[in-house]
Write a protein that binds this ligand. Sequence first.
Ligand SMILES: Nc1ncnc2c1ncn2[C@@H]1O[C@H](COP(=O)(O)OP(=O)(O)OP(=O)(O)O)[C@@H](O)[C@H]1O
Ligand SMILES: [Zn+2]
Length: 650
Amino acid sequence: MASSPFHSTADIKGATVLMVGAGGIGCELLKTLALSGFSDIHIIDMDTIEVSNLNRQFLFRQSHVGQSKAKVARDAVLKFRPNITITAYHANVKDPDFNVDFFKQFNVVLNGLDNLDARRHVNRLCLAADIPLVESGTTGSLYMSREKRSAMSVSLNQPRRPIPFALSQALHQRQLMLITLNLGSRYEAAGPWFVHCIVWAKDLLFAKLLGDKNQDNDLNVRSSDAASSSKNVEDVFERRRGEEIEQYGRKIFDHVFGYNIELALSNEETWKNRNRPKPIYSKDVLPKELALQNGNMDNNHASDDGLSVSAMASLGMKNPQDIWSVKENSTIFLEALKLFFTKREKEIGNLSFDKDDQLAVEFVTAAANIRAASFGIPLHNLFEAKGIAGNIVHAVATTNAAIAGLIVIEAIKVLRNDTKSYRMTYCLEHPSRNMLLMPVEPFEPNKSCYTPLSLEINTNRSKLKDLVEKIVKAKLGMNLPLIMNASSLLYEAGDVEDDMIAIYEANLEKVLAELPSPVTGGTMLTVEDYQQELKCNINIKHREEFDEEKEPDGMVLLGWTQPVPAAENKNQSVGNGASTSDATMAAAESEKDDDTGIVSPLKKRKLPDDSDISKSAVETKNHKQLQVIDDEDDLVVLEGNLDGFKKRRL
Ligand SMILES: Nc1ncnc2c1ncn2[C@@H]1O[C@H](COP(=O)(O)OP(=O)(O)OP(=O)(O)O)[C@@H](O)[C@H]1O
Ligand SMILES: [Zn+2]
């Protein structure tokens, strides 16, 4: 490291760099920057250190848990490089303080982020400030905790035309093809059906029982069909005044694992070509008398810290890598529920799932496993379930270190204005022909990369549902059920259960129903297909009249071009690009719309948190913004058919 050919050069020493993110990549990056001779580094990270970070975010120690990542990282590096300047901001990069002027003070910006939302934001600011950005990311083999990470990318823009995100988007498009080719085997290994169980346990059951009661939830859709039942379904989930907690737990158990399954079974049509699930009632798996006599809450050392309460501890179960029997899962399920209602009662109604909340993870693991048992899906241990529920990529420190090195190499090229040498580099999990790192020339920047599609339509006459059918399905080539504004969900490509599709469709209806008609002042609609191959923001504007000859469809869609040439793209559903506004389309032909960006179909995703939503609400003022889902780990997985890739790119 000391012999780095760059370490003493003036362009490095004189540079002011901004790093965004001090996590897995960020820690490595800060260290490498400092050791490479950079002497004025600014670092933004909004997070505090968690125990789960310590295995790879090596600047952090146990004693730092709870402290600002940016500040601790700064202090750690200053210990071995005391003479450089590191400025730490414990803040969200989306804070208005980090405006264009703030960005203008840097020579280069380096991302070490884990979500698309923040990446997009940084990209926009870099574009506005005309500052080059080096983008990076890593991904694990999704939902497969056994395997190591599979790929990473480093991409960067050109200094005078700083459109880095377009590069990574272009990457996605390419990437997707490769992923598509491999879907079959990946899915078999990943066990998508268990992922469904986790989603059900986390987003439906956990949210219903412990989260916001007013939030819509599809968990009892089925039961409400049973109109003949005199029982008010809502009541099932409400704990009655004075109701024993054990009794309440069993009532929930029997309702969701027993009654609801029986109800589903009563629809013969659904099960014609499928394995029928088995209803599970608590009396079948647990002793008749209340099951919790083994539970010993004293093991929880009644601390103030709610996050340390544990059903496993209370039941004397220690190993998170044991796969529990159905009986054990049922016991944990009831015990966890009991602990929530006894030890953490104040939080009930406000809880949202957090992978660092032990009790929440235990509850979700147990519930997912019981459901899995009912459907004949193999059970998983808590460690694996936590990985899926928390979207945890089991990151590998060495890969982060390699990426950090590549980022610094690209940053140095930027500082030297060595534009010809820019590379995007993939780090391959399965080196091909002894090639671990695969550098490729960056794709052309995308000029329209942050403009959403714009749609003009008479919103009085056209029902928005038709619009979605017409525009989204025909023009954008999304022939699949659409997702809109769902809560946190995981999906996989391929078969999706009917009930999931029903949920998506109900959600779509709901979102559309909430749109104003006619649209006044403009409406932003974000649409994705459930395979997440396409995602676009559509800016809808009302227009009264259309030229029947030029605009026979009675609408104009601007900004859309086909993301990938059809010939290269057999494996995707891509629109035919035909348009009512061919002239405009042709004008835009050389551009790709970034917000129609393609992301991996395997990505985890989540809704922006409340603060994001309120912020964007403010940003759009009287515009109604329907913000959907952002991907975390906006990444690429390179597998298999590298020949095809190289032929075109190298
Ligand atoms: N909008 C944002 N503003 C500032 N920092 C951000 C923003 N979004 C993400 N980050 C930071 O980017 C870093 C991403 O790093 P990484 O994913 O390795 O860390 P982590 O999220 O703590 O780890 P893991 O995802 O494995 O739990 C995090 O430290 C996170 O706080
Ligand atoms: Zn992260």
